[in-house]
Design a protein around this ligand. Structure first.
Ligand code: HEC
Ligand code: HEC
Length: 217
């Protein structure tokens, strides 16, 4: 695990700052429903829902119960352009730092069921995803996803998001963003490095595999 050491030390610096704040759930909910003070905020619920599940299209990532610090960091990264996205960039720029903390804490505290598991998935791709998740690919220099994303991809807060139960469409898009340099917000480029070693089949395989995993088993 040559990859791990520098990434982990950069991440532990972030973790130290993660412990310095705690979001306010009531103010967070106000941001979600668009009740910001000056009416400038975009109501998050119109795309992500009030529980963070989004809709069944998979166009919006599941935010429900995701690590609060991870969510907060993404909002900062969208605002700063370290994660380039034409929808979330302008929305994040309108939020104050306190609002980012509050709304992150709010979505992190939500619980909600999962949409029906996708059917008709390609069995071979699914198997490829399961193998990359559990053991990686020594030939391609890809570490096992579970090393950082926790058992079965259920996440290791504060810094490592869950992948289990995330929409395949979103997971694929964000891995492609890393491959193509639109997402460059990861400590030491650890995910960019991994994504660039993945083939298109690896990306699709891990995306459909993690969509099919449920934290409850
Ligand atoms: C118009 C639809 C829309 C609205 C409104 C919206 N989002 Fe998003 N959000 C998206 C899309 C699309 C993505 C995925 C972007 C990408 O691929 O980077 C996203 C991604 C995110 C992510 C990254 C999740 C992850 O797993 O990395 C966070 C956090 C987020 N949104 C929070 C918010 C918050 C907070 C608000 C309200 C202030 C909000 N969004 C409003 C569409 C929206
Ligand atoms: C060395 C640690 C490490 C390993 C191994 C790792 N990841 Fe990650 N991953 C991270 C970190 C850190 C982040 C959060 C980056 C950020 O702050 O935006 C992340 C984020 C992600 C995201 C974004 C989730 C979201 O909600 O936007 C995806 C998708 C992802 N990883 C997929 C994978 C896959 C697939 C594998 C295995 C092939 C893998 N990761 C292996 C460290 C790792």
């Amino acid at each position: 695990m040559v990859l791990l050491a520098p990434a982990l030390s950069a991440i532990s610096a972030l973790v130290a700052s993660a412990q310095e704040w705690q979001g306010d759930l009531i103010r967070g909910r106000a941001v979600v429903v668009g009740a910001g003070e000056d009416g400038l905020r975009t109501a998050c619920f119109s795309c992500h829902g009030t529980d963070g599940v989004g809709d069944s299209s998979g166009a919006f990532p599941r935010l429900t119960g995701q690590g609060a610090f991870y969510l907060y960091k993404q909002l900062r990264d969208y605002a700063a352009g370290a994660r380039e996205n034409p929808i979330m960039g302008p929305i994040a720029k309108l939020l104050t730092d306190a609002e980012m903390q509050d709304v992150a804490a709010f979505y992190a505290a939500q619980e909600a069921g999962y949409l029906v598991r996708p059917r008709d998935v390609d069995g071979q791709l699914l198997q490829r995803g399961a193998a990359l998740s559990a053991v990686g690919s020594p030939e391609q220099g890809i570490p096992a996803c579970v090393n950082c994303h926790g058992e079965a991809g259920t996440g290791m807060p504060p810094s490592f998001p869950y992948l289990a139960g995330q929409y395949a469409n979103y997971t694929r898009i964000t891995l492609e963003d890393w491959q193509q340099g639109r997402r460059h917000n990861d400590a030491q480029g650890v995910m960019a490095d991994i994504a660039k070693k993945m083939t298109a089949e690896d990306v699709r395989g891990t995306a459909i595999y993690f969509e099919s995993v449920r934290p409850e088993g």
